[in-house]
Design a protein around this ligand. Structure first.
Ligand code: SF4
Length: 673
């Protein structure tokens, strides 16, 4: 379908004129390119405000140098400025875990690095406040959301206060911002472009600064920013409250003193209903980059253009992940009708060849899941519904998800729908008391493997050490082994040749060199040569980051070791690549140093040292290919992968290529799957 310029939200004076507008209500400044798609935050907020009757313009990636003409070109909005800094934290988007520049900015045309500043939230706000000091500036997006209270900034290597103090903005709408932004627009509209404090105090899911707040018995008063600067344990203690309240159905207000004022975090809205979420996804997105990018490649868009997001939220509670801090742990689902409507839009796209690259969400298989007794969930403080054990109250039926997959696959124009989002195999292995739920889960497992894997299924065991996994809030590694056996058996039964691709992290808090050496041995014994690996990046507002920075587990206040220096991190990371000849000498020396030569013998049994420029030994006497016995090519993920449609930096690179093997008709094996 051919779109006109006026089908997009206006980005220039000329586009305002094309709509006949001589003013706008709200101007959004975006750190990402403007892609009019429900996976891009500025588009979501812009379209939501537009549907509520407001005139909205987007200025994507304004030039922050020189005379600031991009900040002046549309003039002053009637209500407020909004900052949408990007789908990812700007620093995660720009730098690897080793603080090296990434190869490209996935959210910029042609992957260019020079289209946004570091911390656009701060830079854009300062410019706007200089030019228009009397216009409110409202912050949204991951960057502000996860910097709403005192947080550790890995790139500056220090604690920073709430980003309102660093930026000078008026308030933050944290989490998914549709509802809050509409309410803010209404308040500003009713108050001639002002956001009066007596209205703000009642508004859920915002953060503001106040000198006049009086803590009540219902509030949680955190340790002050200054206390946290002095005492790491205070910072760790704070985090437990912050995480618990982010994941509660009915949270308490959080107060944190900074200097002579309070940062006030109003409790979040309840999770969106299906109707509300449908209304957001059903907005008239063109699903295209703005025409100004014609001929330019926006890597993140290329990745998601044939994918459909079916739910929000994640109850996994992984220690290193920010999803639940931003989207919450309760799952908000789209209706099947709304999903099908979007899939039909994808089918109409001119270059769509019938293969959906992903039908998923923050986790692939949480759609439709919730507690059976919602009263229990309303009071629950657990950060995860599935760790350390799957909550007996959680309904783990996969039936609704199966219904969605089948309805999508039945659409004319769909050849295959793939699942690119990460699958929680612990949910697939779980046996509840509900036999019907168990039956649907078994059916889902087989159907997933037979019909929805594009040749390689991504799963994330993340480590092999159960002690580290406990800190990561991930299931025991034995569950990965169990799932792999099922995956391999179903592949054999169905005559498929698919691979399971496990993801692992080094240098996570609690992980020692020895844990990594054991990881190398265990994964070698399973015939893996790892390719999806990353070094832990401490991003704001995760429990893992707090452990890394403070040295304490925020829930137990017990000390936790973390590898921090580049040398310590490299000593862990090298074990991923035990099969590379150039790594062998260092690995053997490390194992000798930590008193585990037995692991060296398991990694290199009866294999003479291969040739390297250092040892002159003969090369490859065992006939291995340069890539190792399996001949798999290897690559690494340097830090969190930057391409993510939902803010989940682990959700990287789903393939949209059809796999070669055609699934045959269902053949039930002896096993129940
Ligand atoms: S009661 Fe169970 S299912 Fe409900 S929110 Fe808590 S952990 Fe999750």
């Amino acid at each position: 379908m051919e779109y006109r310029l006026t089908d997009f939200l206006p980005t220039t004076k000329k586009e305002l004129e094309l709509r006949g507008w001589d003013y706008v209500d709200i101007i959004l400044f975006s750190g990402d390119a403007y892609v009019d798609h429900p996976s891009f935050g500025a588009a979501v907020i812009g379209r939501t405000l537009e549907a509520a009757g407001y005139r909205v313009a987007i200025v994507p990636q304004p030039d922050w140098h020189g005379d600031f003409r991009d900040f002046k070109k549309l003039g002053k909005p009637r209500l407020f400025f909004g900052i949408a800094p990007g789908c990812m934290d700007s620093m995660v988007n720009k730098y690897t875990a080793a603080r090296r520049l990434r190869s490209e900015d996935a959210y910029s045309p042609d992957g260019r690095h020079d289209m946004r500043p570091e911390y656009p939230t701060i830079v854009y706000t300062k410019i706007l406040k200089e030019i228009y000091p009397d216009v409110p500036v409202v912050l949204g997006g991951i960057e502000a959301s996860l910097r709403r209270v005192t947080h550790y900034d890995y790139w500056q290597d220090k604690l920073r206060p709430c980003i309102l103090l660093d930026s000078g903005a008026d308030l933050i709408t944290y989490g998914m911002g549709e509802k809050t932004t509409i309410e803010l627009a209404r308040i500003a509209d009713e108050n001639n472009g002002r956001l009066p404090m007596h209205e703000l105090v009642k508004l859920p899911q915002i953060v503001y600064l106040s000198k006049d707040v009086a803590p009540t018995k219902d509030d949680i008063v955190l340790h002050s920013h200054e206390e946290c600067l002095q005492n790491k344990k205070a910072q760790a203690e704070n985090f437990r409250h912050i995480e618990e309240q982010s994941n509660m159905m009915h949270a308490q207000r959080l107060l944190q003193k900074v200097g002579n004022q309070y940062v006030v975090v109003n409790p979040p809205h309840p999770p969106m209903t299906t109707e509300e979420l449908d209304a957001s996804f059903d907005l008239p997105y063109t699903r295209q980059p703005h025409p100004k990018y014609k001929g330019k490649r926006i890597p993140a868009y290329d990745m998601i253009k044939f994918s459909v997001n079916i739910h929000r939220g994640c109850f996994g509670g992984c220690a290193f992940c920010t999803i639940s801090a931003h989207q919450g742990k309760f799952i908000a689902c789209r209706s099947k009708e709304s999903i099908l409507k979007e899939v039909k839009q994808v089918i109409e796209m001119p270059d769509f060849k019938g293969y959906l690259s992903d039908l998923g969400g923050p986790s692939a298989n949480m759609y439709g899941m919730h507690g059976r007794n919602l009263n229990a969930c309303e009071k629950c403080k657990r950060p995860s519904c599935i760790h350390p054990q799957i909550c007996p109250n959680l309904n783990t039926s996969h039936q609704k998800l199966l219904d969605v997959y089948r309805a999508v696959d039945a659409l004319p124009g769909i050849k295959r729908s793939f699942i690119g989002s990460g699958v929680r195999y612990d949910l697939l292995l779980h046996r509840s008391k509900d036999e019907e739920a168990n039956r649907s889960t078994q059916e889902y497992t087989r159907e997933l493997i037979c019909r929805h894997v594009s040749g390689r299924l991504k799963v994330a065991p993340e480590h092999t050490s159960d002690r580290v996994l406990m800190l990561m809030r991930k299931p025991s590694f034995s569950q990965f082994g169990e799932f792999k056996r099922i995956f391999d058996r179903i592949n054999r039964e169905e005559n498929l040749r698919q691979q399971i691709i496990p993801y692992f992290i080094s240098s996570h808090p609690g992980c020692h060199e020895e844990d990594m050496a054991e990881l190398a041995v265990l994964t070698k014994n399973m015939d893996f040569q790892l390719e999806q690996v990353q070094d832990f990046t401490p991003t704001p507002m995760t429990v893992a980051t707090e452990m890394w920075y403070t040295g304490y587990n925020p829930y137990t206040l017990e000390p936790v070791f973390s590898a921090k220096t580049p040398t310590e991190k490299q000593a862990q990371r090298q074990f991923f690549f035990w099969y590379k000849p150039e790594e062998r000498r260092n690995i053997e020396q490390s194992l000798k140093r930590i008193g585990r030569p037995d692991l060296a013998r398991q990694l290199f049994p009866n294999v003479p040292m291969p040739y390297t420029p250092h040892n002159n030994a003969p090369n490859n006497r065992n006939g291995n290919t340069p890539n190792g016995r399996n001949g798999y090519a290897s690559s690494t993920r340097n830090g969190n992968a930057p391409y993510s449609k939902n803010g989940n930096s682990r959700d990287a690179y789903p393939s949209n290529k059809p796999r070669q093997d055609k699934p045959k008709g269902k053949k039930r094996g002896k096993n129940q799957f």
